[in-house]
Design a protein around this ligand. Structure first.
Ligand code: PLP
Length: 398
């Protein structure tokens, strides 16, 4: 006998969610159980890089499911070997560990850096992270994050994550001491509201870490896999990090993540790292299909072009309504609304059938499918235009 009175009540309450129940998705659109259609500029939080249920993903999963699902991570499987090989070929890294979520990949990166410190740097274990950063919701990744609202939660935190300020090299230098082993950051802080590390800052961090014999860890869970028009964001800055984590887009919608490392920093020993589902061929088959599509130069060029189109349209909208800057890169953009109306706009857009995200009270974030069309962008802009106009009129009347 259960006490649940409504299907919603059987789930733990972890977030305020609209009451709609989604039952189908295709490309840039979702449908709820009443048949209402929604234009999706959230895409599973920048996850569905090829849109909802792309046929190539469904086919790859179906083929693999018929052949082999999980032989156990204690054995090799051909699909994870192929994906690891492809990732090594496409990046500056030599070794891959597959995980099931971004937070798990980041936990692995933190452990790898600590292991490196234990083996090569007299037990150094501190990892300099950044104010505003977001690395996941496990205890260590919440501790590594610089999100203000995390500060009072789940004390005591995991120690060893001093926080520097993004794009402020002196604030990083001040934190380096004999306990420091690494620095870890997102090239664009997505959850904080789309704040970019400049290419110059990334290059300076690379020089600084080299000078002090420290590891540079990039969390590319949101920026990787073509989101900014390059397969990996670090290519924009022309640097090569020691460790990188991937998540979200890597599976095109299914739970897959990865920890990549250079040979020199791949120092795990047997027993240090693992997980029942890590590298299972079903998820890796999805990863392979997605990588083939996303890494094609023509695809990456189209992301850059579409990103510029979206940026231009947002800028025009901003000028029309006297709003603030458009920031970000490729198809990870934010619009500064200059007033705390973002949650209200998101709520009204939902009623109008458009899914948007408000990472801050005064900003909207846009993370559509990487193959979103200009026409779909126009639809979203028209909706946003009307809602911002309404908000402006309401403000003047009040
Ligand atoms: N790192 C970054 C930069 C993220 O944006 C996220 C998720 O939003 C994570 C880590 C955590 O990933 P996951 O939710 O898959 O654990």
């Amino acid at each position: 006998m259960t006490n649940a009175t409504h299907p919603f009540d059987a789930l733990m309450e972890i977030a305020a969610r609209p009451r709609a129940v989604f039952v189908r998705g295709e490309g840039s659109f979702l449908w709820d159980d009443s048949g209402k259609r929604y234009l999706d500029f959230v895409q599973g939080w920048a996850v569905n890089c090829l849109g909802h249920s792309p046929p190539l993903l469904a086919e790859a999963l179906a083929e693999q499911a018929k052949r082999l699902v999980t032989p156990s991570p204690a054995y090799y499987n051909d699909t994870s070997l192929k994906l690891a090989q492809a990732l090594v070929e496409q990046s500056c890294f030599d070794r891959v560990f597959f995980a099931n979520s971004g937070a798990e990949a980041n936990e692995g990166a933190i452990k790898l850096a600590r292991k490196y410190g234990a083996r090569h740097k007299n037990g150094a274990h501190e990892i300099i992270t950044f104010e505003g950063g977001f690395h996941g919701r496990t205890l260590a990744t919440m501790s590594a994050s610089g999100k203000k609202t995390f500060e009072p939660l789940f004390e005591p935190k995991v120690s060893g994550f001093p926080k520097a300020r993004l794009n402020d090299l002196a604030s990083v230098e001040r934190l380096i001491n004999e306990r420091t082993v690494a620095m870890m950051l997102e090239p664009i802080q997505g959850e904080a509201g789309v704040w970019s590390a400049t290419d110059r800052f990334l290059r300076d961090l690379r020089e600084l870490t080299r000078a002090h014999g420290l590891l540079l860890i990039l969390d590319e869970i949101q920026t990787g896999y073509g989101r900014t028009g390059k397969l990996f964001h670090y290519e924009h800055a022309c640097i090569t990090p020691d460790i990188m984590t991937l998540g979200k887009g890597i599976g095109g919608g299914v739970p897959l993540a990865a920890l990549l490392s250079t040979e020199a920093s791949a120092c795990f020993e047997h027993g240090d790292q693992g997980g029942t589902f890590c590298g299972n061929p079903l998820m890796c088959a999805a990863g392979l299909a997605v990588l083939q599509q996303v890494s094609a130069p023509a695809f990456l060029k189209s992301v850059t072009d579409t990103g510029l189109y979206l940026e231009g349209e947002l800028q025009r909208l901003s000028v029309r309504h006297g709003l603030g800057e458009v920031r970000g890169r490729g198809l990870l953009l934010a619009l500064d609304l200059k007033m705390p109306i973002a949650a209200s706009i998101v709520g009204q857009a939902f009623v109008e059938g458009v899914l948007l995200n408000a990472p801050r009270p005064d900003a909207l974030r846009f993370m559509p499918a990487l193959n979103v069309t200009h026409q779909e962008i126009d639809l979203m802009i028209n909706c946003l235009d009307a809602l911002v106009m309404k908000a402006g009129i309401a403000r003047r009347v009040a």
